[in-house]
Design a protein around this ligand. Structure first.
Ligand code: 13P
Ligand code: SF4
Length: 341
């Protein structure tokens, strides 16, 4: 695969207004209007280059609306993207999300080229624990299986018995068939799981820097001021979760909205996620206590274009790490997603 040489920087052409009228209408309530004509040339160039390359663009639900609606072929939560990477036909995947998501795609599709547009797109949970920490935990709790959240590095996954996401965490923990499970690295998600199972959960002290910022007082204030339903991601603190009408994974939140059809909802989660759901639920008013993930925001139309143009940054994982991490991930994929979420 050779990179097309000297591709010009995409610029506005009048035809774009007609070609992308439907997309522009979709983006209008989600991004400042003035930005749409700035985005369209990049969206057009990416879509053309993507076709030329035979690439698939996958975007996590926390990606900005112009990426999520404008260039992604596959969108979803981290479990959905992992499942898509394992089954997709394309040889080239551009993963618009954070580094652990691109690593997961590469582990599940080792013969494909997986690109991340900015390799500094990290995650406070993934960086809270190392493979050596996992080995030390095992030594402290002999015989207890390790279930790691998908928000971990490939090296940590390789030290784990199984991986889970917030969409199937309780199921995966219980599938270990053990009285005690080491769950890492998200302390708050671990506490949330512990409330739903008899299995003893050994916790690690990782936190999501986006979700830990929400406070119970803030949630109560939003509810009182706007008379709204509240849904929250389980990476929030137990005090915040206690204030919510519904607690669930990224996908579960969408399913809850489809089921309950609330007139108003406060999404106690990452900000772009509410934007991306808005167009699916036009009858619902979204109140956004807005916390953006700075790592997700590192992905832009410009670096997606450069990634496709120059085939950068390719994810590489040592074979032995990849093989062990794959076994842990495949255990999760065999369990799948809980029906209700
Ligand atoms: P999901 O597993 O729900 O996609 O969430 C990933 C994440 O990073 C949440 O902050
Ligand atoms: Fe990591 Fe939190 Fe960002 Fe998700 S929102 S990628 S858990 S820092």
């Amino acid at each position: 695969m050779t990179a097309p040489a000297n591709l010009p920087v995409p610029v506005w052409r009048d035809e774009l207004e007609h070609e992308y009228a439907a997309l522009a209408e979709r983006l209008e309530p989600l991004v400042p209007c003035l930005e749409i004509p700035l985005h369209l040339p990049w969206i057009d160039a990416i879509n053309k280059l993507k076709k030329q390359r035979g690439a698939v663009i996958m975007a996590h639900s926390y990606q900005s609306p112009e990426i999520f609606h404008g260039v992604a072929d596959i969108t979803g939560d981290s479990l959905g993207l992992a499942q898509a990477a394992a089954s997709c036909d394309a040889d080239l995947i551009v993963l618009c999300g954070v580094h652990f998501m691109a690593e997961t795609a590469k582990i599940l599709a080792p013969h494909k080229t997986v690109l991340i547009p900015d390799r500094e797109a990290g995650c406070s949970l993934a960086s809270s624990i190392t493979a050596a920490d996992v080995r030390a935990l095992r030594a402290q709790h002999p015989g207890a299986p390790v279930v790691s959240y998908a928000n971990t590095s490939a090296a940590v996954k390789a030290e784990s018995d199984a991986i889970c996401t917030s969409a199937n965490a309780v199921q995966v923990v219980e599938a270990m068939g053990a009285p005690k499970v080491i769950f890492l690295p998200d302390e708050f998600l671990g506490r949330h799981i512990a409330k739903q199972t008899q299995v003893e959960i050994v916790l690690w002290h990782g936190r999501c820097e986006v979700h830990e910022r929400f406070t119970a007082q803030e949630v109560r204030h939003v509810r009182e001021q706007f008379g709204t339903k509240v849904v929250a991601h389980p990476e929030c603190s137990p005090e915040v979760l206690a204030e919510a009408d519904f607690v669930g994974s990224t996908t579960a939140m969408g399913k809850w909205l489809a089921r309950e059809k609330p007139a108003r909802v406060a999404m106690v989660t990452e900000c772009s996620m509410a934007d991306n759901l808005k167009s699916q639920f036009p009858q619902t008013e979204f109140i956004k206590p807005c916390n953006l993930c700075p790592h997700m925001q590192r992905i832009t139309l410009q670096n997606i274009y450069a990634s496709l143009r120059d085939l950068r940054h390719a994810i590489e994982i040592p074979d032995d790490v990849s093989a062990r991490a794959r076994a842990a991930l495949e255990r999760m994929l065999a369990i799948g997603r809980r029906e209700s979420v």
